[in-house]
Design a protein around this ligand. Sequence first.
Ligand code: ADP
Length: 464
Amino acid sequence: MEKIYKPTDQLTLQGNEMEYARTLENNNMNPLRAVLVSLLHLGVEGLSDSKEKKYIKSANVIFILTSVITIVYLTMAIFWDSLLWTTLLAFAEVISFSALILNAYGQINTSRYVFVVGVNLIIFLSSLMVGPFAHIHNSLMLSAILPFLIFNTRKSFQLAVSVAFPLVLMLVYTRMLPYFSAYHLAESVQIKIDSAGIFVQTVALLVMVMQLASNIRDKEDELELSHAQMQMQTSELRRSNSDLEQFAYIISHDLKAPVRNISSFMSLLLNKYGSTLNNEAKEFVNYSYSGSKRLERLIDDVLAYCRIGTNLPQPVPVNLNDVVKTIEFELRERLYDANATININKELPVVSHVHASLMYHIFQNLISNGLKFNKKEHPEITINWTNSLNHYTFSVQDNGIGISKEYSTTIFQMFKRLHNEQDYDGTGIGLAICKKIVEYYHGEIWFESKDGEGTIFHFTIRKF
Ligand code: ADP
């Protein structure tokens, strides 16, 4: 099929393709522009980090600009017939070119350091020789901005050192200035240097501000892009999560009827023809019956898990005392048989904006686990709570067998069980359901436990 190229396809060009596209573009430019573009791209070839590329290009702009400015000064120095100035400015020219050449050879960090050290030393020495009247020392302050343009701001150590260097030189300059008064140039020359200096400093400041603004704009664009990408990923995750839940729901729902059929017919078989079967056959049918019953429970629990948060009515204030009383009533026989009690330390609160059915699920799971995983003669479940500005924290404590600390996160995963079916029955979904409900209310769930002494499950519910 024919590929249709959209205008945005260009955005997907990467690495070598980009370089190739630039070479093609260069071939169609006028020679001066082509040289400038090539100089601007020195050192970026083959790099994949777009941020680093941006800083290298920014450094190249500064290096080119400095060498142009230095050439202007150099011409002036030759015109003034000052050997000292000519030497200094020739040195500045060497520094700018060296930085560009080092970039071209991929020595990006060395190039940056050479430039920062060289430029600052030249400004420092010329300030000492010319004297304060020409205001060259002000350029040291400008130099402190320079590292933000040429160093990748992720490399904070390099940045800090390069910002500190001109500031230290500024300090040294103020101390050393009196010793250099003999070298100061004639006032008329100082005025000329000052006028040229003001021009150069203004241009440099303008370029720096423009470059900084462009870097900040790039950063904002990057931030916007990553924010948009994050939002896309989140919605994609949400979608695939709900797809998965929908899938689990449909499968479970469709499995329910045939599994119920198997259980019912197994039960019928046992009731009607049990007497005619030999012991081994009876045992096999019994296994099949309990297997299908377990499957039924699993399906019900998976369905309950999938249903959390769907088709819920409007949240209302829920009196948790009523919720726990209902659970206590439903568990009355188990509590009586096990000689167990449920204690509520202080009257539970009425929680707004929740759903009674979900609150029931959490307390029901935690209380019945506290009774189930308990070998004490007198199992005790104690419910407590605290109130804070943003959330309620509830705790359900038992004096049961305890849970090892290593399961602090895995215990809340679906189907995670620490014991086998023969010792303690269950499906391993109860705590996963609790976690999902708690997270639905923007809370957290965790436990503290001591082997053989009991477990306290804590969970929070955010107030809205
Ligand atoms: P189930 O109770 O159906 O096995 P849960 O998700 O409620 O599933 O619990 C998962 C596992 O965590 C349990 O099998 C058990 O090993 C452990 N567990 C949960 N609650 C307690 C508790 N209060 N004391 C000790 N172990 C517990």
